[in-house]
Design a protein. Structure first.
Lengths: 493, 773
């Protein structure tokens, strides 16, 4: 029992509330945001250390014992995700002042930002299915607020679709929770897991599980439920896109992770086999989407979908190698996606357009941006020695151990096309004559590049220094493969 | 050995600074020492008593990814090629590239490539090998795109990258399969488990994946198409990467894995067939080219095919010949590329139709080209190394272990390919250096190249001659070790010039010379054949249409469903959910029904529910906003009534309040809302929508009934009833749950409302501000 578990949720909540009062003082808001995000990073770093050394941190809120009250469970998976979330929050906090938010900074951008972080962290930490729903609401409401901020027509149009589809999935979520409660009489995840196990996942339970899968799959933007994603991620400011791209879909895939490694693990040959199909289709259709456009923001947004496919693949294969690959890939993707969204944001800003056909020769004026993009392309495609490679290696090894040959081939081909989709940006936007775009005035990218370099170096370190990170992923996988550990640690039996 | 791999990389980090600081001195001069010292370091390993060396440095031991460097005869041959040719190419580039060029970039890429290439040939770890393999593709991409203001360069760079990385990923897939099957990541350890691999069900797949990697990298038919376009790179790069070293990585890979696969018939057939077809096709196509570098590119393709074929044969003689030819090819082709570069540099063109009669103007270059082309053609002269390897090749084709039809055909195909090799070699030499001068056609007035530029090709040609004069000199200390690494039975081979008239390979060589000469002289007469073959059949077309189709089809597919229509999105989402969820329900026999724990149903409940259902259906058919709104209100109040009936007055009250406020708010906004538009959906799509909606509703109902009927456990709410007062201090359980037991939920639900309020406020305010401006 430690109050440490609630701090990563409460800290951003408090930060958000404080920042509401400083809305008109932009400089104070900026400074406070940086401070709070750094404190959050320190805190979650400490929590990570604590979890690795002393095991899962559990907190029974209000001293209502499990399974009756809401339990917060910071296990190794939650800890690493919360830490990554805070790393991205820091990068975005430092990027935001130069992101050209303008008036939006005065209209509660920073509070919304922290509400979002609070919701995301809460979703990772909670051990209660209904509470998970509440945190989903928090992060969704914050994301609605961020996406409409500014109120341009195109923003409102795209956010309406985003809102309605997500509203539908929220309703489905509550309904599914009602079904779970109806069948099992509890909403505590550990107890649900225990009871599903006792009932041998008989009867309607698998169906309810699949319903939950669809709820999360909609948030995670899996094929064929991602229609809301590409355009709605493109319309807001890059820093908002980066937050969305890195965090929102990942909450969905995390939930699938949790529910299908902890609770519904007794009919794997049926449920998880379906996941492999969804994974493959997500890869194929996602990358087709990325190739279909010359809008660089859209290219990156579509690239979210195959990445989610890769992560789901590991859950589908469901052996230790593949799960550790999924964990690694998940963290990798959070980092590189936020870096890429920020990067295309800068490129769009300096080029004055996001249409690839109108760009060219930027490398003469912005060599650093060019090389950052160049490296990101290889990180994203999972080319060694970068972070994506380690995850992909484990995933494919795991898939072969499970004898899923087809998906290995799809995965490899998708990697090639991912590389192509981003290399296209490098070749068309950066290569070419010095004055391919006419005489462009060099714009200052001060403050925007450092966060990107920070995130990208993290990707490189996670690849080259995999020896330091892989054991963590591996221990998480071993832990996830044995749901009993989670159940026992929460229910203390 | 690690220093050989890493020093180029380290130096590369400093090159940009050096290049800027010492801009008066050509950056190439600093770079030159890197490959040169590495060459000096490794040359000392050459000797008869050489034994393989292994060095291991841990990198990611828990994944089995370690820097295991393994220097055997084969890697030594490649290391010396890479460092040796590397030194010569850098030396040459100092004179070839002007100081005005972005030299910093050029040498960084080049050093990056050296690191990558050393890594490929020295790694014993499959995944490290793969890492360096991709790095060679990347550095090659950058070098081909070095003059990226040219459209052709960008095209060539992308093409080479896509094809080679495609192969790289495929090879990576093969490595994954191998590593899982053998449970090791070391190539040598895999070789020792060859029987495990050969008896695996996945053998054909593994082989196919690895071969794809090798074939794409070594520009084998039909993946050769990237190599001619790679010629957009500066000539030193073409000489180095795209002739002497990188394109031989695929050859290296096959050679490396030969000990595992060579016993397998599929390996023989695929590799020999692809190799021999590449040999023929490449040499046939070379004759048609007009660009000097394009001739050399197709010639390289064809020569690589020849080496590949020999590795496919797998016999001791063939392997020996293959290894020998790797070295020979590097010498004569390297020198020819450099000569082509000189001609380009001194005349301003590489178009063979504009060139001619340059012998007197560039006598040294011409002499070098003479040796290079004649060696390449395999002219039987005792001072040309190309002749020896060709003769060994012919010899090998006659002595195959396989008895298949392919084995019968191979000698004929070998002669055919060699005839065209002879033709294009002559075409290259005589087309450039003899015949009428066309000086007015040339952009520059030609004269002999500066001495510095000639040094490197001279050294290479000296190699051609020395190996030609003393072909057995380097066998025992060098070639033999390399051959042994590929085929452990490889025996010491004494190469000699003369075997007597009745020696079949000699007869084959003579046929080649005679027919080749005839074809060369009558070249103009039969060149019409290219209109028939390849005619419009070109793999370039396939690639181009593949790329453009990729773009158009992906746009077509994506736009077909990403229409922006929410209705379509929802239908697709719902259909997916219905199909998958109901199938799962059927598969798992999910449906259960039990009435055991249901409350009594009375007339009141039934009538309330009927009213609600009627109201809900009526909303769909209402054409007026206000009416729809009020009818919808009926559903809400109906729910509230149900709460009353089931004795939950507080919840009923809440529901009443919410419902009233909602309706009131709607009425307030009513004025601003647009009129309900009639949907212009056809009857069919309306029916479709109805079917989807009803089936989804039915499905949810069935799941709901089943979930409710599944009563296996006690509910936790019993605990709430027990402890509400005892621990929570409140009689009203709902209140205790809200503020205490599940207070965290409530806190964050309040936060949600707060966010919503703020969001609306900022939306309105920000909009107003904008309008005010």
């Amino acid at each position: 029992m430690s109050n440490l578990a609630v701090l990563p949720i409460i800290l951003p909540l408090v930060a958000a509330i404080i920042l509401i009062f400083f809305n008109s003082k932009v400089h104070v808001s900026r400074a406070l945001t940086k401070v709070f995000s750094l404190v959050g990073l320190g805190l979650t770093g400490y929590i990570m250390w604590e979890v690795i050394n002393n095991g899962t941190i559990i907190m029974e809120t209000g001293d209502w014992i499990a399974p009756y009250g809401i339990v917060l469970v910071v296990d190794s998976l939650a800890a690493v995700l919360v830490l990554t979330t805070n790393i991205i929050a820091v990068a975005c906090a430092f990027y935001a002042p130069s992101a050209g938010l303008g008036e939006k900074e005065k209209y509660y951008f920073y509070p919304f930002f922290f509400f979002l972080i609070s919701g995301v962290t809460g979703a990772f930490i909670t051990g209660d299915l209904f509470n998970l729903f509440v945190f989903f609401e928090v992060l969704l409401m914050a994301s609605y607020a961020l996406i409409v901020l500014g109120g341009d027509k195109v923003q409102l149009r795209e956010s309406l679709k985003y809102l309605l589809i997500n509203l539908f999935s929220s309703m489905l979520f509550v309904t599914a929770i009602a079904f779970v409660y109806g069948a099992l009489g509890t909403v505590n995840m550990a107890q649900i897991a225990q009871r599903v196990q006792e009932a041998d996942q008989q009867g309607i339970l698998t169906t309810v599980g699949i319903l939950l899968f669809f709820v999360f799959a909609t948030k995670a933007a899996l094929f064929p439920l991602y229609y809301w994603l590409p355009k709605s991620y493109v319309v807001p400011n890059p820093v908002i896109s980066a937050l969305f791209g890195a965090l929102l879909t990942k909450v969905g895939i995390y939930s699938i992770f949790r529910v299908f490694t902890l609770i519904f693990v007794h009919r794997v040959e049926l449920t998880h086999e379906i996941f492999i199909w969804f994974a493959g289709l997500s890869m194929i259709f996602g990358i087709i989407g990325a190739l279909s456009t010359s809008n660089i923001k859209l290219i990156v947004a579509y690239n979210i979908i195959p990445a989610i496919g890769f992560i789901l693949l590991g859950i589908g294969v469901m052996n230790e190698t593949a799960i550790s690959g999924s964990v690694y890939y998940l963290i990798h993707d959070m980092v590189i996606k936020s870096a890429l969204f920020l990067l295309v944001g800068v490129i769009t800003y300096v080029a004055g357009t996001s249409d690839l056909k109108k760009m060219g020769g930027l490398i003469h004026t912005y060599p650093l941006l060019g090389w950052l993009l160049f490296i990101s392309a290889f990180v994203l495609a999972g080319i060694p020695p970068f972070s994506g490679f380690i995850g992909k290696l484990l995933l494919l090894q795991g898939a072969f151990e499970g004898e899923h040959i087809m998906i290995i081939l799809i995965g490899l081909l998708t990697s090639l096309l991912i590389l192509y989709s981003v290399a296209k940006i490098f070749i068309n936007a950066f290569w070419g004559d010095k004055d391919a775009m006419g005489q462009i005035k060099k714009k200052s990218t001060k403050g925007m590049v450092a966060p990107i370099v920070f995130l990208l170096s993290l990707s490189v370190i996670m690849g080259v220094g995999a020896e330091y990170f892989y054991p963590v992923a591996d221990s998480i996988a071993a832990y996830l493969m044995d749901p009993q550990i989670y159940i026992d640690s929460v229910l203390k039996e | 050995m690690i220093f050989a791999v890493l020093i180029p990389l380290l130096v590369a980090c400093f090159i940009p600074t050096i290049s800027k600081a010492k801009s008066k001195i050509h950056t190439g001069i600093f770079t030159f020492f890197v490959p040169f010292f590495i060459f000096l370091y490794f040359i000392r390993f050459v000797g008869e008593d050489f034994t393989p060396i292994r060095q291991t440095y841990n990198w990611i031991p828990s994944l089995g990814i370690n820097l295991d460097f393994y220097l055997d005869g084969l890697s030594l041959l490649f290391v010396l090629l890479i460092s040796g040719i590397g030194s010569l190419v850098v030396l040459y580039s100092i004179f070839y590239l002007d100081k005005q060029e972005r030299l910093g970039h050029f040498y960084v890429y080049l050093l990056l490539f050296m690191t990558a290439m050393f890594g490929v040939v020295l790694s014993d770890n499959v995944f490290v090998l793969y890492t360096f393999w991709e790095l060679t593709s990347i550095s090659s991409f950058l070098l081909i795109g070095y003059w990226h203001f040219k459209e052709r360069s960008r095209y060539g760079a992308l093409k080479s990258m896509l094809i080679t990385i495609f192969g790289g990923l495929s090879m990576f897939g093969g490595f994954i399969l191998l590593s899982v099957i053998t449970n090791t990541t070391s190539i040598q350890a895999m070789i020792s488990q060859a029987d495990v691999i050969l008896s695996s069900d996945y053998l054909p797949l593994i082989l196919a994946l690895i071969l794809l990697g090798a074939f794409t990298k070594s520009a084998q038919f039909p993946f050769h198409i990237w190599l001619p376009d790679a010629m957009e790179a500066p000539t030193p790069v073409s000489a180095y990467l795209h002739s002497a070293t990188m394109v031989k990585a695929g050859i290296f890979l096959i050679a490396r894995f030969s000990p595992i696969f060579s016993g397998y018939e599929g390996f023989f057939i695929t590799v020999s067939l692809v190799g021999i077809v590449t040999l023929c096709w490449g040499s046939y196509m070379a004759v048609r080219q007009t660009d000097l570098k394009a001739i050399l590119a197709f010639s390289t393709i064809s020569q690589l095919g020849m080496i590949m074929a020999m590795l496919g044969f797998g016999t001791t003689a063939a392997v020996f010949a293959a290894v020998f030819h790797i070295l020979n090819h590097a010498t004569f082709k390297g020198s020819l590329f450099m000569v082509a570069g000189i001609i380009d540099h001194e005349t301003g063109t590489r178009d063979i139709r504009k060139l001619g009669g340059l012998f007197t103007l560039l006598p040294i270059s011409a002499t070098l080209a003479l040796f290079g082309t004649f060696s390449m053609a395999g002219v039987p002269l005792p001072f040309l190394n190309g002749f020896y390897s060709k003769e060994l090749f012919f010899d090998a084709t006659l002595d195959l272990e396989s008895a298949s039809l392919l084995a019968e055909l191979i000698p004929y195909l070998a002669v055919l390919g060699s005839i065209f090799t002879f033709v294009y070699s002559m075409y290259f030499f005589f087309g450039v250096f003899t015949g009428p001068k066309q000086l007015n056609q040339l952009p520059k007035k030609p004269h002999e190249a500066p001495f510095g530029m000639l040094v490197s090709p001279i050294i290479l040609v000296l190699g051609v001659i020395l190996i030609g004069l003393f072909p057995s000199m380097i066998n025992a200390p060098f070639i033999q070790h390399a051959a042994e690494a590929v085929n452990s039975n490889a025996e010491y081979h004494k190469i000699s010039f003369w075997h007597g008239w009745a020696y079949p390979p000699l007869i084959m060589s003579l046929i080649v010379v005679v027919l080749g000469l005839a074809l060369f002289l009558t070249r103009k007469k039969w060149s019409g054949i290219y209109k028939v073959l390849p005619g419009k059949l070109s793999f370039n077309r396939v690639y181009n249409s593949l790329i453009s189709k990729l773009d158009t089809y992906s746009a077509g597919i994506t736009n077909s469903y990403m229409t922006g229509s929410l209705k379509l999105y929802m239908s697709l989402i719902l259909v997916t959910m219905i199909v998958v969820t109901t199938s799962i329900m059927l598969f798992t026999n999910g449906f259960t029904f039990s009435a055991s724990n249901l409350a009594d149903i009375t007339v009141i409940e039934v009538s309330v529910v009927i009213i609600m259902a009627v109201a809900a259906i009526a909303t769909i058919f209402t054409k007026h906003n206000m009416a729809a709104l009020l009818i919808l209100g009926v559903v809400g109040y109906g729910v509230a009534l149900l709460f009353v009936i089931y004795r939950a007055p507080d919840i009923a009250l809440t529901q009443f309040v919410v419902e009233t406020i909602t309706v009131a708010l709607f009425i307030l906004c009513f004025y601003h809302l647009p009129k309900l538009r009639k949907t212009d959906d056809s009857g069919g799509s309306k029916l479709m929508n109805a079917v989807i909606a009803i089936s989804f509703g039915a499905m949810m109902t069935l799941i709901g009934i089943s979930a409710h009927s599944t009563n296996l456990f006690d509910v936790i709410s019993d605990y709430f009833l027990e402890t509400s007062y005892k621990l929570g201090g409140g009689d009203n359980v709902v209140n205790v749950i809200l503020v205490d037991m599940r207070g965290l939920d409530t806190l964050f639900e309040i936060a949600v409302l707060g966010i919503a309020a703020l969001a609306i406020f900022s939306l309105i305010k920000l909009k107003k501000n904008k309008e005010a401006e």
